[in-house]
Design a protein around this ligand. Structure first.
Ligand code: FE2
Length: 281
C-alpha cells in the first residue's frame, strides 16, 4: 500500500528561486540560507528516503488563478503541469510530472469522505510549487519523483482555517493509506513564515512567533489548529497566513511525528524563511 513516510515544510520565496537560477547561492547574502537545506538534500537523496510521489501543498500567486476563479482547495489531476510565466518568462525548471492515478484517487476519496475539493486539469505552476522543489532537489534535468499539486487559496480573503487545513491533511492521509500501489509518499506544506509585502508594516518579521510555530509542529500541534486568521495577520504580517498550508502537511502525519531537521533564517528578500523535516510514524 502507499504510505506517507515524511512531511516537509519550507518557505517558497520567489527570490530563492531567482538566486538559484542566476547562480547566486554561494554569495554572502544567500549562503547561510542555502546551507540550511544541505541536510535535507542529502537525506532525501538516500534511496530509503527518496519519495516516489510528493503531494505538494502550495498557493498560486495570481499565475493560474485570478479574481475570476478562486478555488479554496484544488488538486491537479492532469499528467503534467508547466512552470508559470510570472513576468520574466517561466523559470528554467523541469515540467512537473504528476502521478495522475493517485491524484484522481485522492480527489475521489476526499470528495466521498465529504471533503469537496476542486479538480484542476489545466494550470501552470508558479514559484509556490517550483521553489520548494529546487530547494530539495537542486537543478536536475527532470524532477526525481512524481508531484501531485495541491493549491490552497491564501491570497484572497477568506482563506480556509488552520483547522480545516488540518482536516484536509487527515483526509489525504486516509486516501493515501487506501491506495493499493506500494509508494513512498511525502507531503510538503509550503509558504510563510512571517512576512508582509505591502503597506506601512511591509518587512514585518516575527522570529519569536515563527520559532514557536516550528516548536509546536511536534510539541503541541493541536494548538496550531486553532490559531485564528487575525493572529496570523497581527503577529506574522499579511502574508503569514500561508502557514495554514503547513497544517495540511502536519494533519496528514501521525500524532507522534518526529522532527528530523529544522532551519530558520532571516531574511530572504523581506521574508523569514523556515524549513522543517518530520518523520511519520
Ligand atoms: Fe507565497
Amino acid at each position: 500500500m502507499a504510505r506517507i513516510t515524511a512531511g516537509i515544510s519550507t518557505s517558497h520565496v520567489p527570490a530563492i528561486g531567482a538566486a538559484m537560477d542566476l547562480g547566486k547561492t554561494q554569495e554572502d547574502y544567500w549562503k547561510p540560507l542555502f546551507a540550511g537545506y544541505e541536510w535535507t538534500r542529502a537525506w532525501i537523496a538516500r534511496p530509503e528516503n527518496k519519495p516516489d510521489v510528493v503531494i505538494l501543498v502550495y498557493n498560486d500567486h495570481a499565475s493560474a488563478f485570478d479574481m475570476n476563479l478562486i478555488p479554496t482547495f484544488a488538486i491537479g489531476c492532469a499528467e503534467e503541469f508547466a512552470p508559470a510565466d510570472e513576468g520574466w518568462g517561466p523559470r528554467n525548471v523541469p515540467v512537473v510530472k504528476n502521478d495522475s492515478d493517485l491524484a484522481w484517487h485522492i480527489a475521489q476519496c476526499c470528495i466521498l469522505d465529504e471533503f469537496d475539493i476542486t479538480i484542476i486539469n489545466k494550470m501552470d505552476v508558479d514559484h509556490g510549487l517550483t521553489v520548494p522543489l529546487s530547494l530539495m532537489f537542486g537543478q536536475p534535468a527532470q524532477w526525481p519523483c512524481k508531484i501531485v499539486p495541491l493549491a490552497v487559496n491564501v491570497v484572497t480573503y477568506p482563506p480556509p482555517t488552520g483547522n480545516r487545513c488540518w482536516m484536509l491533511g487527515e483526509a489525504i492521509a486516509r486516501a493515501v493509506a487506501s491506495y493499493p500501489e506500494d509508494l513512498n509518499v511525502q507531503i510538503w506544506g509550503t509558504g510563510g513564515m512571517s512576512h508582509q509585502l505591502q503597506g506601512p508594516r511591509a518587512g514585518l518579521i516575527n522570529s519569536k512567533w515563527d520559532q514557536r510555530f516550528l516548536d509546536d509542529l511536534t510539541a503541541d500541534p493541536q494548538r496550531l489548529r486553532h490559531i485564528p486568521h487575525l493572529e496570523y495577520l497581527r503577529e506574522t504580517g499579511s502574508e503569514g497566513i500561508e502557514m495554514v498550508m503547513w497544517l495540511i502537511m502536519r494533519g496528514a502525519l501521525s500524532a507522534n511525528a518526529r522532527e528530523l531537521h529544522r532551519h530558520y533564517h532571516v531574511p530572504a528578500s523581506n521574508t523569514a524563511v523556515g524549513h522543517i523535516v518530520l518523520a511519520n510514524s
